[in-house]
Design a protein around this ligand. Structure first.
Ligand SMILES: Cc1cc2nc3c(=O)[nH]c(=O)nc-3n(C[C@H](O)[C@H](O)[C@H](O)COP(=O)(O)O)c2cc1C
Length: 206
């Protein structure tokens, strides 16, 4: 099985969550994982893709838009172009057989009327994806991070449990271990929970 994970991130927090999820999915042995920063993600999903995970930071209770992205980019000191998951979804070709799960990062406010993951799930359903599920929210302490303690561990556990569900659907036993093929050509912020980068065996550049 192949999974794609596409992340949008300005300060590195959502990217770190994406890495943790990608590695846990690969470690489950059920999936080979292709991980992309959104600017480098293919518009159409490769044949054979069965799982698509979209990960984005929550901006103004929603997916980042041009205005909020500009604010985040200014704070992060990025100069990269204006393309995020919102735009990726708008251009995506629907693939009804692909299971889509959306996750996000947000403040640990206790109350989120909406979030990037919720908006992404709604837009993906509208775009014609039939099996769309809103996944977890992972918490940051401030706009720039860091992730709250334990969030990378929680992300790995969340992804392991997702993979276990897929394994039982496929009626498979775990193979010897999957692989993460990561493509991040854009600048990413620092990974800010000890062990995230060290624990991942990705070959992400940048
Ligand atoms: C312009 C802007 C708006 C934001 N709005 C919200 C919000 O409505 N709710 C929330 O919980 N966090 C909000 N945040 C915090 C982001 O969720 C946080 O920056 C993000 O999780 C960090 O992820 P990243 O490092 O991947 O960019 C906002 C951040 C920015 C820059």
């Amino acid at each position: 099985m192949t999974a794609l994970i596409i992340t949008e991130s300005y300060f590195g927090n959502t990217a770190a969550i994406g890495d943790a999820i990608a590695q846990a999915l690969a470690d489950s042995g059920v999936l080979t994982v292709e991980a992309f920063g959104v600017a480098d993600a293919p518009a159409s999903l490769p044949a054979g893709a069965q799982l698509l995970i979209l990960a984005a930071p929550t901006h103004d209770y929603s997916l980042p838009c041009r205005r909020t992205r500009a604010q985040a980019r200014r704070r992060a000191g990025h100069r990269d172009g204006d393309f995020g998951l919102r735009e990726w979804i708008a251009a995506a070709q629907s693939a009804p057989d692909v299971k889509v799960v959306t996750v996000d990062t947000a403040f640990n406010s206790g109350f989120l009327p909406s979030s990037a993951a919720k908006t992404a799930a709604r837009l993906m359903s509208r775009a014609g994806f039939a099996d769309v599920q809103r996944g977890a929210t992972f918490c940051v302490a401030d706009s720039t991070g860091p992730l709250d303690d334990g969030e990378l561990i929680r992300a790995r556990a969340w992804a392991t449990s997702l993979a276990a569900g897929l394994r039982s659907l496929a009626g498979r036993r775990p193979a010897a271990g999957g692989r993460v093929d990561a493509r991040y050509n854009r600048q990413r912020g620092p990974v800010n929970e000890a062990g995230a980068a060290a624990g991942a065996s990705t070959d992400a550049a940048g």
